[in-house]
Design a protein around this ligand. Structure first.
Ligand SMILES: [Zn+2]
Length: 77
């Protein structure tokens, strides 16, 4: 993921398009024995996204995850 996003995507919250659950992407179940990596929702088990690396490109399919939210770091107090 770090090759695609300048920000750390594992700390982003991902909203599941199937059940509506919102959880840190780092908590998603990741299956690596597929063509590419498949990220599944920990609540309903549906696919949030697929990341496939091909010889000439990387493909990120956000088919099941409807939103990634990156929280701003806390500002000065
Ligand atoms: Zn879900």
């Amino acid at each position: 993921m770090s090759r695609i996003f300048a920000l750390d995507a594992t700390v982003a919250d991902c909203r599941c398009g199937h059940c509506g659950a919102i959880a840190a992407l780092a908590t998603a179940r990741v299956y690596t024995r597929c063509p590419g990596n498949v990220f599944r929702c920990t609540t309903c088990g549906e696919v949030l996204m697929r990341l496939t690396e091909l010889p000439d490109r990387m493909v990120l399919d956000l088919g099941g995850g409807t939103a990634l939210t990156f929280r701003s770091p806390p500002g000065p107090a």
